[in-house]
Design a protein around this ligand. Structure first.
Ligand code: MG
Length: 369
């Protein structure tokens, strides 16, 4: 049986790689593509891969024949799929994850914000084994734990240190968009590249890991080469990991083929290509936003949703050269200081915290400009 896959966020970095994987893998079939606003690329993808459904959230004008838009496009793109790859950027991805949960469709999750802002809404779905992580660190831990009969002791996420790693601390505050968008090891979208530079991405990944691997202690180490894609520490103190040259196609394909479908060869690197592998402690002075966001994650409720909304606004403002790199942490911290957290009971609670925090963040950005 072919597996029909819906690719949400098809024009982004994960989405485009997923389409290539589905195309190359004889057991996978493309069901639908959906993107936010990149109509040109969406139409090229439709031409090349012939999905059953083509959808766009913001066509920015008239919508061409056969492309759907407006209310309900998420349902239409998901309905009829055997698996959904959620590679939507930002908290907008939560709604798609909740639809997958409600329709009981297996979710390959590349949208970490789903868990960051709404993890409690997805925890039963995760316990039922229906969420397969695509984030490289979590995919690694998932693979290391898969068919491991004994409980693990702890997990350790590796962090490349992002593009801010080698910029002198005194120049970081005023680093420009060009300095930051040039990531040393991973080739990713703009927002996640900035989030890697601030380490907000890693703090989000800690929150994500808490939901995916409930109850395990989580540590973070800096590993500039990005060859070890995280560790699991077993009961007897030994370590298990997945190694290789960084390539997002590995975790994407693993999730889409999970649990038992064939894996096409993606990478043919050798340990001789890796050079020296280093592991060091996270420099808290270099990455002030890490602790701020990780604390929000520990506090739970709507704190992470507020942190995420603040970060989305701050990163957009930084990318538009409205605020400096150092201001990103300031925006997040100030939004959290003013946030009144609520227990998450439904999607609405999350969206209200998200909306209020965006308004606050925008006010702070205007003040800092
Ligand atoms: Mg990651």
């Amino acid at each position: 049986m072919m597996r029909k896959v819906a690719v949400l966020g098809s024009t982004g970095s994960i989405g485009t790689q997923a389409l290539e994987i589905i195309h190359a893998n004889p057991e996978l079939e493309l069901h639908s593509i959906l993107c936010n606003s990149n109509l040109d690329l969406l139409l090229k993808q439709r031409e090349q891969y012939s999905p059953s459904v083509t959808a766009i959230a913001q066509p920015g004008g008239e919508c061409p024949d056969g492309v759907i838009t407006g209310q309900g496009i998420l349902y239409k793109a998901i309905e009829g799929a055997d698996m959904v790859l959620n590679a939507i950027v930002g908290s907008a991805g939560l709604q798609a994850s909740l639809i997958c949960r409600d329709m009981s469709i297996t979710l390959a999750l590349a949208n970490k914000e789903s868990l960051v802002v709404g993890g409690s809404l997805l925890s039963d779905y995760i316990s039922a084994g229906r969420v397969i992580p695509v984030d490289s660190e979590h995919s690694t831990i998932f693979r290391c734990l898969h068919r491991e009969p004994r409980p693990a002791r702890s997990i350790t996420l590796t962090a490349s240190g992002g593009s801010a790693r080698d910029i002198p601390i005194e120049k970081l505050q005023t680093a420009g968009v060009d300095d930051i968008l040039n990531h040393p090891t991973w080739n990713m979208g703009a927002r996640i590249t900035v989030d890697s530079a601030t380490m907000v991405n890693k703090a989000f990944e800690v929150i994500e890991a808490r939901w995916l691997f409930d109850g395990l202690q989580i540590d973070v180490v800096l590993h500039p080469q990005s060859i070890v894609h995280s560790f699991v520490r077993l009961e007897d103190g030994s370590w298990k990991a997945l190694l290789g040259k960084p390539d997002m196609k590995i975790p994407i394909q693993y999730a889409l083929a999970y649990p038992g479908r064939g894996l096409e060869l993606i990478s043919d690197d050798s340990p001789l290509d890796w050079g020296t592998l280093e592991f060091t402690e996270l420099d808290r002075l270099r990455y002030p936003a890490f602790d701020i966001v990780a604390r929000a994650g520990k506090d739970g409720k709507t704190w992470p949703a507020a942190a995420n909304a603040a970060d989305e606004v701050a990163v957009a403002a930084f990318l538009a050269s409205r605020i400096s790199f150092g201001d990103i942490a300031t925006v997040i911290e100030e939004v959290l200081t003013g946030h009144e957290a609520l227990e998450i009971v439904d999607f609405q609670t999350v969206m209200e915290a998200d909306r209020d925090s965006r308004i606050q963040a925008e006010r702070i950005v205007i003040r800092l400009c």
